[in-house]
Design a binder for this molecule. Structure first.
Ligand code: NAD
Length: 424
């Protein structure tokens, strides 16, 4: 399903999905539930108009957003998305999921997210740079290393982060590396950041697979999305002996019963920008992706992909949510009834924000760590968070998603309660 049908066909929006997830956790929060409404209201929402002179001399206007959902536990943290269907509803939901995620893995951050409604593939590099710099100046009034720290998301990368860092620094008059994470290494970026989200999906996936007696070796794996997250998680599962039998991106769905050769597909994608036409796998129908025989499903593209209907036909034992918000609440129920375990986005893909946190700490200290040190520290945070959520789900007899929300909401609402309301 493409994103258009996310809000059509009577489907709930991303923000409604988030609100339903909050509704599901409220009864577990005891006295803290008095404060739950704080999570139903984004703290700060900024919509900006970005005029852009195109290479051919015409002027176009783009709409951009930055939403700070909750800052109770620290500065806002969250990526910036460039995609033709970005809207306020989506950015609000993504910012809220960041609030939950940072608290679930216990990072000292609140949640934020930003985006521009644009197809970055249709702009020249010069247009993309001018768009990014104007957007940065427009949201510059609310971002900063102690206020809100953006990072890459769908359609943005380390180059875009370098432009953001430079524009913010130029406007301020001094270099501020800590204003964004996911920067190039030579500009204060962190070793390990690029691969951190995919690595975290793999680490949490292995943790849960071992608890559920699912053997990774020879497991049949399906991955939707072959970008930053999908390609790295594919590589790691292949290295661990798994067979990635089906991969889908926005251009094609590829199948190979013996397992797709990931390093060859990465080479193909680096040259062609997408997976379409890769000769060592068969192209199949888009919808056939969900019907493929699989043990592990990894959505690593966009939200709103696992619908109730798809949840009824998926054959896997384990879903690892690399993407943010890929599963609808009613689909969650179907998966639970069918005994399929879902490792929720707010834990599963938190490896990226964890190493972003390390990048920010290194920038603040101007002292940089080795990749080995970074991987060890992030693996520990991911495994500890996963174990804590696993125990909570057993104790409360609830899904891993609800357990992760209980852990996160308790931390956020304790902070909210102890800070109190200003003015009283
Ligand atoms: P990316 O832009 O690098 O890759 C996105 C991939 O999704 C591409 O392969 C694209 O072709 C595919 N895609 C887009 N629309 C699709 C569609 N309709 N059907 C099938 N495939 C489609 O983005 P990314 O950074 O890998 O992010 C992927 C997901 O992971 C997003 O939900 C993002 O919010 C989430 N995430 C990313 C990070 C990070 O560090 N990059 C961290 C946490 C969560």
């Amino acid at each position: 399903m493409d994103k258009l049908s996310y809000t059509s066909e009577g489907r709930t929006s991303a923000w409604s999905t988030y609100l339903q997830q909050i509704d599901r956790v409220t009864s577990y929060l005891g006295n803290l539930s008095r404060w739950i409404d704080t999570l139903r209201h984004p703290k700060r929402t900024l919509i900006v108009d970005i005029p852009l002179q195109m290479d051919n001399g015409t002027i176009r206007h783009f709409e951009g957003y930055r939403v700070q959902h909750n800052l109770s536990r620290g500065p806002g943290k969250g990526g910036i998305r460039y995609h033709p269907r970005v809207d306020l509803n989506e950015v609000m939901a993504l910012s809220a999921w960041m609030t939950i995620k940072c608290a679930a893995v216990n990072l000292p951050y609140g949640g934020a997210k930003g985006g521009i409604r644009v197809d970055p593939f249709k702009l020249s590099e010069g247009e993309l740079e001018r768009l990014t710099r104007r957007y940065t100046s427009e949201i510059g009034i609310i971002i900063g290393p102690q206020k809100d720290i953006p990072a890459p998301d769908v359609g943005t990368n380390s180059k875009v982060m370098a432009w953001i860092m430079d524009t913010y620094s130029m406007n301020l008059g001094n270099t501020v590396t800590g204003v964004v994470t996911g920067k190039p290494i030579h500009l204060g970026g962190s070793l390990g950041r690029e691969k951190a989200t995919g690595r975290g999906v793999f680490i949490t996936g292995c943790e849960v697979a071992s608890r559920e007696n699912i053997n990774i070796k020879n497991a049949r794996i399906a991955i939707q999305g072959f970008g930053n997250v999908g390609s790295e998680v594919a590589r790691l599962f292949e290295t661990a002996g798994g067979k990635v039998v089906v991969i889908q991106d926005h251009t094609a769905t590829l199948y190979n019963n013996k397992g797709i050769n990931i390093s060859e597909l990465v080479k193909w994608q680096n040259k062609n920008k997408n997976i379409l036409g890769f000769p060592e796998a068969d192209p199949i129908d888009k919808e056939a992706f969900w019907e493929t025989q699989m043990d592990i499903l990894i959505p690593a593209a966009l939200e709103g992909q696992i619908t109730k209907e798809r949840a009824e036909i998926i054959s896997c034992k384990l879903v690892l949510e690399g993407a943010n918000g890929p599963t609808y609440p009613d689909a969650d129920d179907v998966l639970a009834t069918r005994g399929i375990t879902v490792v929720p986005d707010v834990i599963c893909n938190a490896g990226g924000v964890t190493v972003s946190y390390f990048e920010w700490v290194q920038d603040m200290a101007s002292f940089f760590w080795s990749e080995d040190e970074i991987n060890k520290r992030s693996d520990k945070i991911m495994i500890d968070a996963m174990s804590h959520v696993w125990k909570k789900s057993k104790e409360k007899k609830c899904s891993l998603r609800t357990a992760a929300y209980i852990v996160a909401c308790e931390r956020i609402l304790m902070a909210r309660k102890d800070r109190g309301i200003y003015p009283g």
